[in-house]
Write a protein that binds this ligand. Structure first.
Ligand SMILES: [Fe+2]
Ligand SMILES: [Fe+2]
Length: 407
């Protein structure tokens, strides 16, 4: 079995896995011969790629039109990105193969970043201090999230809330209203006519899903003023949104009822990095530069120099903002999910983050692929073959939602 992008699909191939549209409706069952009509239907319904039977053509080069030297270059670069992973592990091998395919398809060839050699040294006396205590001692005013976000959080948490309650809260904030309408009018939902009322949007999409997305994006937008030379915020948001989408898809795969919580967890998993970039720019610059120069994982460098990493900082912030405990769990343990009180949802965000880093969709500052926690992977009990479909679905959803990130 191998994945073929819908625009490269030719008639006569046998479908190896059923194809469904975005609402879960079956478009073609597995085992059917694909005809011209089916290809047309896949394109109309925005199916990004399908799995067909047989060995992949052209060796492991997914695109016969691609120049072999480009493919080799992408593969060599990807090996560097996976330097903290064991490429002999079947799951890593699979993720690596998917990453190379994706990067070839999306022209993500060069991956070397510029290293700033002229970075200020950190006073060794500062190393390994408890950074969270330092954060508190300095009485740094953490960015406030608008009170409407708290209210929204409460309304979402209340099982008795209806669409009108949510609409009332959202309507208090013009920026949140605009964001919500942009989400519902994006090609992701594909409604034929323009939706211009929040209550209508909430009824159509479902309260939890739309509110979770609005909540996550509003929190991240608090940090929009981080200087560009520190982090490309658009790239950070792409990384976050892709991780949210993948977390939600993985949660659905595991039959998790609260897929929205996983979506918001994925969206906010690297929130702690924004605190670092915003309030500790000198240290951040040093840590970023060190990890790039020495090819070390960024979260490990954070731990070495600050005594804590962005996952702990993110949790600290979420506690202050009184966000649900499950979000704290998922954010705190997204780099070590086996240690979490609730290991499965933490493992979902962990895997989603690794997949997004592998594919190279945006970046939160990390340029390498973090190591996969093998116990967490086994805990998820996902068949290796499901990763093709999961990435295909996530790419499709990401492409149709990405427009909401535009300033
Ligand atoms: Fe992270
Ligand atoms: Fe991340």
């Amino acid at each position: 079995m191998y994945a073929v992008p819908t625009d490269k699909l030719t008639p006569g191939k046998i479908l190896a896995e059923e194809v469904r549209d975005i609402n879960g409706r079956l478009l073609l069952a597995k085992g059917n011969k694909i005809g011209d009509r089916h290809i047309r239907i896949f394109k109309i319904w925005g199916v990004f790629e399908v799995n067909v039977e047989g060995p992949a053509q052209g060796g492991d080069n997914p695109d016969p039109e691609l120049k072999p030297e480009i493919f080799e270059q992408v593969r060599d670069n990807a090996k560097g990105l996976f330097r903290h992973s064991d490429l002999e592990q079947p799951v890593i091998k699979k993720i690596f193969g998917l990453a190379v395919q994706f990067r070839c398809k999306h022209n993500l060839i060069g991956m070397d970043s510029e290293v700033d050699n002229d970075v200020p040294a950190i006073d060794p006396g500062d190393r390994k201090n408890n950074f969270i205590k330092r954060l508190d001692k300095k009485k740094i005013v953490l960015p406030e999230i608008p009170s409407v976000v708290f209210e929204l959080n409460e309304v979402i948490a209340n099982p008795l809330s209806c669409a009108d309650h949510i609409a009332q809260v959202v309507n208090k904030s013009p920026s949140l209203t605009a964001l919500l309408l942009r989400i519902v009018n994006s090609s992701f939902y594909g409604f034929p006519s323009k939706i211009d009322k929040v209550s209508h949007a909430v009824t159509l999409i479902g309260t939890r899903e739309i509110s979770g997305l609005a909540l996550g994006i509003s929190i991240l937008s608090v940090f929009k003023n981080i200087p560009e030379e520190m982090i490309d915020m658009y790239s950070f948001l792409r990384h976050s949104l892709a991780c949210g989408i993948l977390s939600r898809i993985l949660a659905a795969q595991k039959n998790f009822s609260m897929t929205e919580q996983l979506f918001v967890s994925g969206l906010l998993h690297d929130l702690g990095r924004l605190i670092l970039y915003l309030h500790f720019s000198e240290e951040s610059r040093h840590i970023l530069s060190r990890s790039r120069k020495n090819k070390k994982l960024l979260h490990k460098e954070e731990k070495t120099y600050l005594g804590c990493d962005h996952a702990q900082l993110g949790q600290h912030l979420m506690k202050q903002w009184k966000l649900p405990l499950i979000l704290e769990n998922n954010v705190l343990y997204h780099h070590k999910p086996s240690e979490a009180q609730q290991p499965i949802p933490a493992a979902i965000v962990h895997l989603a983050d690794i997949l997004v880093n592998s594919l190279g969709i945006g970046s939160s500052g990390e340029e390498l692929v973090p190591s996969l926690d093998m116990a967490a992977w086994e805990n998820l009990e996902l068949p290796l073959s499901s990763l093709d479909t999961i990435i295909g679905q996530a790419t499709h959803q990401f492409n149709s939602l990405e427009s909401i990130l535009q300033p």
